[in-house]
Design a protein. Structure first.
Length: 150
């Protein structure tokens, strides 16, 4: 068995894109969860409600692609939300596709959660800076495209 180099392991922890993006994601998700909990919605559910609202009637496959999610993981999340009456997953144009649509309850949940999201977003902009956040989001888009191109 090869010996571990402690310096290399420390460097890995400091520079690993996957580990550091995931760590940042957990911290940001906690912040948004603190606000969205008041609306009875988790950050992942809120993101799905937003995506489904924007892409009303989109197929599960297209939604998974847009969210950079594994289709089976998305299907599990959609199933939970469907059980709560927030959305419907119905047959698509052919037997192989399924389309997602928000229910009235889902639209209401999104409308109720939006002010809480705004408060979270405002806190992020105040603490991090609106311009820095805009730049970070642009960089993350480019980073995702680079990661998907490999």
């Amino acid at each position: 068995m090869a010996e571990l180099d402690a310096g290399e392991i420390r460097a890995c922890a400091q520079t690993c894109a996957a580990a550091n993006v995931r760590k940042a994601s957990r911290a940001v998700t906690r912040l948004y969860a603190d606000f969205l909990t008041e609306a009875g919605v988790e950050p992942a559910q809120y993101s799905l409600l937003v995506a489904c609202s924007i892409a009303e009637g989109v197929t599960v496959s297209k939604l998974a692609e847009a969210l950079a999610m594994d289709r089976s993981a998305l299907a599990r999340n959609l199933s939970v939300m469907e059980k709560h009456g927030l959305l419907l997953v119905k047959p698509g144009d052919d037997r192989r596709t399924r389309k997602v649509a928000l229910t009235r309850k889902g639209k209401s949940a999104l409308a109720n959660a939006l002010p809480h999201w705004r408060a979270a977003q405002s806190k992020v902009e105040q603490k991090f800076g609106a311009e820095r956040l805009r730049h970070l989001l642009g960089e993350l888009q480019a980073f995702m495209k680079a990661a998907q191109a490999t």
